[in-house]
Design a binder for this molecule. Structure first.
Ligand code: ADP
Ligand code: MG
Length: 347
């Protein structure tokens, strides 16, 4: 069977790792990015630089590929939907529309009787004075947030008084969960009831940015089963095709909550490259390109640390042990809080 040419929207580290996985499978890739220095161009077969609303560039991209996927969820729905009319976009744009909007996402999750933290839509400052029950809480932009960007911690009404933000963007207030720990589940859905699911990953965040991920997660059997069940229910209900990540909170009373869903490969799943026979990236390419499904097999326990900002420089000159795997995302510029690479250690 001939393999389709895969278009990837976005050219960061996720696009790079998807391209590497595709190459291994003999799938050609075309990366489309609005960043002229996008690192994924070093790994893709073709690179197209253009703004995401440049119709000529979009047409050029579409003409060169057979299937399209994306490495980040913040692409306008209209753009994805328009592309989808010409060539199939996976995951479907309608899925992305739900998940890229924190309110629609939480409504969707709760409709399935899956627990999230309490939340309310906020459209102006005065509304915040009427929702004291949700304090302390996090005020988040409904769209375009990542790595904790666009989030404000509100401990009390005094904090509301001092808030100076533009509410026209649309906000959601989420009650703060007293965290015991955070886990995530990476799942690849191929078709009806056909999945490959990775074991829960334990995550540590610093300044709302993922710092460390490890397997096995130190969690109860009940949480293990519940988190896997919820991830499967969410993927099935969305009729999802490809790799998806569900981020969870566990509170101090051992209650599980879904924090958010990422309709794409995910940072916490980078350790799957070395710890499993098939990585989250390879599984994503297999699912969206309709290639065969291989039974997942764990090779090793693992810990991954993100190398953020200038932390990368030390690692660039380091010697590694045979159980250590260093990934440099080859980003042109080192920036504060920018994910520059990661290190996975097997044990
Ligand atoms: P992003 O889209 O930036 O990843 P998240 O909603 O996942 O945003 O928030 C980033 C991190 O902030 C979470 O992983 C968690 O550590 C913390 N956080 C977010 N929302 C809550 C909440 N309601 N209660 C407790 N911690 C939270
Ligand atoms: Mg998150």
């Amino acid at each position: 069977m001939s393999k389709p040419i895969l278009g990837i929207i976005g050219g960061g580290q996720l696009g790079s790792m998807l391209s590497v996985a595709a190459k291994k499978l003999g799938v050609k890739t075309v990366v489309f990015s609005d960043d002229i220095d996008a690192p994924a161009q070093k790994f893709s077969d073709v690179f197209i630089f253009g703004k995401y609303d440049d119709q000529n560039k979009i047409d050029e991209f579409i003409s060169q590929v057979e299937i399209i996927t994306y490495e980040f969820e913040n692409i306008p729905y209209e753009t994805l939907n328009q592309i989808n009319k010409i060539k199939p976009v996976l995951p479907k744009p309608s899925i992305n529309r739900i998940i890229q909007h924190r309110l629609a996402e939480k409504d969707f999750i709760n409709k399935l009787n899956i627990r999230t933290t309490q939340y309310v839509s906020i459209s102006n400052k005065s509304e915040l004075y009427t929702v004291k029950d949700l304090l302390p809480g996090l005020l988040k932009t409904t769209t375009l947030g990542y790595d904790g960007k666009g989030q404000h911690l509100i401990n009390s009404i005094e904090d509301v008084n001092e808030l100076d933000i533009d509410f026209s963007k649309g906000y959601i207030l989420e009650k703060l969960v007293r965290l015991k720990k955070e886990i995530s589940i990476i799942i690849t859905r191929f078709s009806d009831k056909k999945y490959e699911i990775y074991e829960p990953i334990e995550n540590i965040h610093e300044d709302q940015i993922l710092k460390q991920s490890s397997i096995p997660a130190d969690i109860s059997d009940k949480i293990l089963k519940e988190s896997k069940l919820w991830a499967m229910q969410l993927a099935e209900e969305l009729r999802y095709v490809g790799t998806l990540c569900v981020e969870f909170f566990i509170d101090r009373n051992e209650n599980l909550y879904v924090n958010e869903i990422a309709p794409r490969v995910h940072n916490s799943g980078h350790l799957t490259i070395n710890a499993y026979n098939v990585s989250q990236f390879e599984n994503h390419v297999r699912a969206v390109c309709n290639l065969s499904q291989i039974k997942l097999n764990k090779i090793s326990n693992a810990k991954m640390i993100n190398l953020i900002g200038s932390q990368i420089t030390v690692y660039r000159n380091k010697q590694f042990e045979s159980n250590e795997f260093f990934f440099d995302y080859l980003k042109k510029e080192i920036k504060h809080k920018r994910k520059m690479g990661h290190l996975t250690t097997l044990f």
